[in-house]
Design a protein around this ligand. Structure first.
Ligand code: AMP
Ligand code: MG
Length: 305
């Protein structure tokens, strides 16, 4: 079944039932190398799933759960291998959503849940998005309204004494560093237009081109003249600027609103028939680090390129 969370909608299954977990991979087309996250109802259940939990990981769990933080820890031996992609570790989090927590509490166990989208495409942030993404592939969608955070959880590898960020997300690097009292390593960031070594992910159907904010309008108009149906992510400082393009959305001025709307806006430009989206990266601090990461990945080379 699909379930809401504060980050994005998930496609969930009983974490202890290998056949159900396999269905997640089947329905989403996800490769085994991307295991889903095990969602638990509270920190008190952590030790049912993982072992050798370092003090730093407990500290992070205490501060940020329930919330958009996923901890990668050493799995307990009894954990079904299907749910971990054969890894010795497992990703765990407690979601901060009334409906998800009620479900987890009623169920009592862990729910393995991937984002409820076809692998590589946009994550759903409403129940309607899930239906549009997965159609009959999902038998039940629990509608908990629009996701409050709108981007996925921050994933932190926490097996050792020095945690590292594997994926920026809803909990900011700055907040993690404040709690830990030390700087954190983050994944390498490439500059705008550097040919992506990362294949596309979090991607709309339209191709995504990233340029400097002051070049968005000119780049969009040039592509439109070349015959593309161009969608524009207009930076907030250019609000109201006339743009000769197929569809224009103005990026919300607040970073939280931008994160909340990011996938919905990309989806909207797809629905309006755009084949190319011109956007720029926000300044990479706070929650904008996650937004920039998703836009970069969306702009990465497509499998057929
Ligand atoms: P999603 O459900 O789309 O948010 O994806 C979950 C992410 O968690 C994927 O990118 C996985 O690669 C990552 N993940 C899950 N388990 C692990 C693990 N044991 N180690 C590292 N990353 C993990
Ligand atoms: Mg995903």
């Amino acid at each position: 079944m699909a379930l809401p969370s504060e980050t994005v909608y998930g496609l969930g299954a009983n974490a202890e039932e290998p056949a159900a977990v396999s269905r997640i991979f089947e329905v989403t087309g996800r490769p085994p190398s991307h295991p889903p996250i095990v969602h638990i109802g509270g920190t008190e259940h952590l030790d049912d799933w993982v072992q050798d939990v370092p003090g730093t990981a407990r500290l992070l769990a205490e501060h940020f759960w329930p919330g958009p933080l996923t901890l990668v820890l050493r799995r307990v031996l009894a954990f079904p291998l299907e749910a971990t992609g054969g890894l010795e570790t497992v990703a765990v989090r407690v979601p901060d959503h009334r409906v998800a927590l009620a479900l987890l509490s009623a169920f009592g166990g862990g729910v393995t849940a991937s984002s409820a989208n076809r692998f590589g495409s946009l994550s759903p942030t409403t129940a309607d998005h899930v239906r549009a993404e997965l159609g009959d592939g999902v038998d039940f969608v629990l509608d908990g309204g629009s996701c409050e955070v709108g981007v996925e959880s921050t994933i932190v590898a926490a097996t050792g004494d020095t945690p590292t960020i594997l994926r920026p997300g809803g909990v900011t690097r700055e907040d993690l560093e404040t709690v830990l009292g030390c700087p954190l390593a983050v994944p390498s960031t490439s500059r705008v237009r550097v040919p992506g070594r990362h294949p596309s992910h979090y991607a709309p159907h339209a191709r995504v081109v990233l340029v400097e904010p002051e070049k968005v309008v000119a780049e969009a108009e040039r592509a439109q003249e070349r015959g593309h149906q161009v969608g524009v992510f207009l930076p907030p400082s250019f609000t109201g600027a006339p743009v000769k393009a197929h569809a224009v959305v103005t990026v919300p001025g607040s970073v939280a609103a931008y994160a909340r709307g990011l996938y919905g806006l990309l989806r909207e430009l797809d629905l309006r028939g755009c084949d190319l989206i011109v956007a720029s990266l926000p300044v990479e601090e706070g929650l904008a680090l996650a937004i920039a990461n998703r836009l970069r990945r969306a702009a990465g080379p497509r499998p057929c390129e």
